[in-house]
Design a protein. Sequence first.
Lengths: 391, 391, 391, 391
Amino acid sequence: MIEGQTSGTKTPKLRYGMVGGGQGAFIGGVHRKAVAMDGKAEIVCGAFSQSYDNTLATGDTVGLPRERLYRTFEDMIQTEAGRPDRPDFISVVTPNSTHYAAAKLALDHGFAVVCEKPLATSSSDAADLARLVREKDILFCVTYAYSGYPMVKHIRDIIARGELGEIRFVNGEYPQEWLATKLEETGQKQAAWRTDPKLAGASNCVGDIGSHIEFMVGHMTGLVIESLCARLDRFGPGRPLDDNATVMVNFKGGATGVYWSSQVAPGHDNALRLRIYGTKGAVEWFQETPNTARVSFLDRPIGFLSRGRDPMSPRAQSLSRLPSGHPEGYFEGFANIYSTFITALAKKLRGEALTADDLDFPGVEEGVQGVKYIEKCVESSAKGAIWVGME
Amino acid sequence: MIEGQTSGTKTPKLRYGMVGGGQGAFIGGVHRKAVAMDGKAEIVCGAFSQSYDNTLATGDTVGLPRERLYRTFEDMIQTEAGRPDRPDFISVVTPNSTHYAAAKLALDHGFAVVCEKPLATSSSDAADLARLVREKDILFCVTYAYSGYPMVKHIRDIIARGELGEIRFVNGEYPQEWLATKLEETGQKQAAWRTDPKLAGASNCVGDIGSHIEFMVGHMTGLVIESLCARLDRFGPGRPLDDNATVMVNFKGGATGVYWSSQVAPGHDNALRLRIYGTKGAVEWFQETPNTARVSFLDRPIGFLSRGRDPMSPRAQSLSRLPSGHPEGYFEGFANIYSTFITALAKKLRGEALTADDLDFPGVEEGVQGVKYIEKCVESSAKGAIWVGME
Amino acid sequence: MIEGQTSGTKTPKLRYGMVGGGQGAFIGGVHRKAVAMDGKAEIVCGAFSQSYDNTLATGDTVGLPRERLYRTFEDMIQTEAGRPDRPDFISVVTPNSTHYAAAKLALDHGFAVVCEKPLATSSSDAADLARLVREKDILFCVTYAYSGYPMVKHIRDIIARGELGEIRFVNGEYPQEWLATKLEETGQKQAAWRTDPKLAGASNCVGDIGSHIEFMVGHMTGLVIESLCARLDRFGPGRPLDDNATVMVNFKGGATGVYWSSQVAPGHDNALRLRIYGTKGAVEWFQETPNTARVSFLDRPIGFLSRGRDPMSPRAQSLSRLPSGHPEGYFEGFANIYSTFITALAKKLRGEALTADDLDFPGVEEGVQGVKYIEKCVESSAKGAIWVGME
Amino acid sequence: MIEGQTSGTKTPKLRYGMVGGGQGAFIGGVHRKAVAMDGKAEIVCGAFSQSYDNTLATGDTVGLPRERLYRTFEDMIQTEAGRPDRPDFISVVTPNSTHYAAAKLALDHGFAVVCEKPLATSSSDAADLARLVREKDILFCVTYAYSGYPMVKHIRDIIARGELGEIRFVNGEYPQEWLATKLEETGQKQAAWRTDPKLAGASNCVGDIGSHIEFMVGHMTGLVIESLCARLDRFGPGRPLDDNATVMVNFKGGATGVYWSSQVAPGHDNALRLRIYGTKGAVEWFQETPNTARVSFLDRPIGFLSRGRDPMSPRAQSLSRLPSGHPEGYFEGFANIYSTFITALAKKLRGEALTADDLDFPGVEEGVQGVKYIEKCVESSAKGAIWVGME
């Protein structure tokens, strides 16, 4: 057990409410379990589904009293805002099309917000949220989940220290196989909303998984996309949205990259793989084995870093709960994002100043950037896969 | 989110107390976090350390009131036994030499028990605990943690279905590197007690990690060791206990195997690897990438099973919390053992009958067998690595 | 030993001459050793270098008499053409800029030709060679070496049988690290000519390694590129030619792909990796472990094919020299190309008809296509990475 | 092309004859192709099979005139000994039971010898050959093929330099699957002789593949076995010889090891894997990917050595024919043994002194040791898997 990573804390637990995440959904349960792991906050209210029956059933399972289960998120946010034991933050885990409205209402009522990515379905909506966050000085977290892995932070830190030299090229990919057949026609809920423009927005594949590449590369390298050229494919017969996407990116300063995401690639589950090449060395990280990384320097043998075995940057170490060789997984990475956010929020509520490490979770600005990236990919592809600028 | 794996439950949470697991220890915190993940029980009292200051500090972090923090486990068990809100079970996570006394006292006072492995430092003590468990009809769990991984259950189930044919040979290994130097002389607490016969018992390497091989092979294959020939090495200069061990085993029915464990093998973290060879096929599982398994049949290409992607046995599926490609790790495996145990205990407390799946956690009999295995290895080695029967 | 793959043959050996391949070169020695392995032809003359001293030294090592060592390839081809024991074919293994002239002169004198890739430095030159080959009905082989691996043929054959369904997407990559620093400034001969437009032609990275991706994908899938969008980077300061290249390709019929090649990617040697995704399954092949392939079908576990262990297509099997588990490498793959070419040439010389399997080596048409691909990549990139058609 | 590794040589080729290696055999063809690759010797005569028809057919394929094809090896050796163009050495590639007689006769007639392993079927026969070799001062090579890989030599050299510290433990294994069913009953020639005591000697599995582990560990580490405890299993119903073997070994000086070999392990081809653990570091080498090695030091990340990429010891470098990333395989390793032997023999014939590197091929003493190892394994197992000394 790493010091400071304990299963409880003497600080009073924060309270949170949840919008979305009813039975049949996927990510809502992940959020709840990730919070529970560290015990720094407890759920107190929910509007889990457009089906009130689902909300009630979910609330029962979660252990909430009926009076804090709501038919709509509007009802929940407005009602809870008036309670003396009102939540400290609201988690928004609905399909994409509801992110904006729910997050905005929560901000309007002064709640801190944790929101699933993509932040919104238009960059103007996203920018509106960012404006509100700035004006009201509220903490806002966008759950780009993979940034919570300790090894990701370690890689970010060794790049920042210049160990790889100047970054020249990035190869990011995220293939999946689950939509190789038209799963959305079988009633599978996850497939249905992601392939429906009304719920997912203008993109399926880039919005759902391509945006993870965009965020992760920026997070780990600090590189900023200047322009891009995107080809969005729709291989599933009759699909209105993309299920495969190739994007060439030019970064400010001269580095380049290529991002490939796919939901129709047999043999892949959540195969997010990031390879970053600098003048002195390179690093490769694979989400499915997140405790390790391949590092290559020109002047020594290829190496495999192991979380815990090899010295980690202080920030990475602080997010590690187990010694080397005992794998940490997706929940632990997710929990790190929540744990950082909740700790920061608690400090803010106590009036303490926040450090850079306190704020080391994906924020609203990254969320805005992510939405703009999706829009630009869609725009580029629609115009024949031409180059478009990001500003 | 897999149906049925939710972050809470409407059933009232069970209560538990903990012996051991203070600050500086490793496994106690894992136990607490594993329980917290599923929210089916909450900690209510503790005697975390022989240092009362440590117990108080740990209790603060965990969030326990001072009146339920105790100087000794005897005090805790006796006092708590009389409370109306007494714990439903006691978790024993001390160094090996205290397992017996703490578990026995808990059983004597009618508590269900979760105990770290090895169950005791002598087979007579272990047998005594088993006798008590039978006489008092109490649930008892020994935390052979690796048996909680869904893929382990799936492998067990495909072997039971005969898919590999008749098992001929088993190769089990568990190398580590952490004691390649004399870490125990640096004040590292984990190293110090494991290499001290007074705290660890008659074996370090076999007791700590070799016993995992023994349990896991039995659990996955059903094979029973008939005789063994063990060579225990002490490579660390001056070490009183083994830090490397090779064991040839003969199973009842004609299968054979070899088990190697080591704490002085550079390049390995917790590299428990089990390879099981049958007449029709074979399987390989590696603890550090627990979501996958290599399967080999004579009549088709080598395959790699992926948890979630490939159809799993119902029991394995029920222990899986995430879709394929999102790695589950050590905490989730550990949580599965607790979740199964707590669910069974709750059913028992409600007077319901328990099924085989309800009881699918390592029990006291496996614990007894494990202690006997350690003893026989020590005996064989001491006599010159001769064959001894397991009777 | 697979039947039919013997170290000699009762058929009289063919004779060949070589242009290029002197000491300090790389690929010429590979050609000679690949021919020697199967003993179907023997070298009889050479113009190995622009340095006559080098030619003499190389000729000594190879064991050629001085009168068959020539100062220029023109001298060699013209002189040897008049000998009664003239070579049956000429191997051209010079830097790119000489391929055309040497191959053309050989064809003009009626020699069959084996030529390194790329076939020429302009598509008009390449087309001219193809015209000559057709007019004179001469056998011509372009040594795209990686197509000689048995597993490559097997993959081609399972794709042709439709086992992967309809191909949707191809991801091809070939990263290397050797030019991450400016090796060409150290006098390293391989680096010097490849980065010099006068010797390499209009492209370094695409010409040298990107063209392998282009050929291999076409060879294995039968897909034909309709248009492409290429971004060629020059990361080495002051380099006149590309050392990193990303190419989006659209195939006729709707499939798409992305090709990345790099010589500045730390951590990679000759990491040619091809991933081909169809509607029913996918396959991945990696040049550095050429005896295996990863195959994925939606309805079964991920599989790893092993050359020799798993049933291979007849053509693949015929190119395999060893049982499974004994690795075959680059020489053996190369030897397969020569062995096929020489066997076909011997049959042709005997007046026998040639089958499709006889002609299963890369020919002049593939060479022409390869040169056109390089030209179109250069053109696309020069115009700002816009889409250009291949015809 | 590495300097000095050329496809020919101006030195006159040596001549050799072959005993065994007819059509349907495996290893004879490997020997011939390995010699051909470097062109330093040529085959001039053969007694390839007990079937004269087979010898004639093989001789035709190899390209030998009929007068140098013999009905028996006795006839060949006696006749050829009298020719002015007699062979410089004889290669013995028969089943085990003929090694001694053929090698002895060749030595008696003054021929240098290359002999397959195991050297003989009894240690007294083996010792007799060693005596003859010493008395007559003749070069003798036993083809433990895997010692020819460059990476094996490199590992040997880094161990000799003390980079791993003092060796503590060795884990060697060589599992195969090919005899999981009773292949010998199908007429498969390789299986038939290996499982027949009359042709294979007292052991199948240890003799055929276990002996590779024994030799390779000694070759790479210099460790000498002091005593061993072997359990030989016969899993194939009715098999007279072992098809699976586990051997615990104690080395002189205190290191220990365990060797496992199997022919009934589904999922393995020629999976020779050697792991060597020292006080400061460890190394792992796997025959199926022979160009790389895993190296682990306590004070740095796990590394993967790549032949050619990473600096190699001079001897290892001299045996490498290709740059990094172009895989060398089994033939190249085999060719290195022949190339070293032939070069040494040519020097000896010219009266030059031989260096340690000249003699860096497995010799008759290693062959004797190998036979003794097999005998001791059989003896230990027959007595109930007790410890026996190697004296």
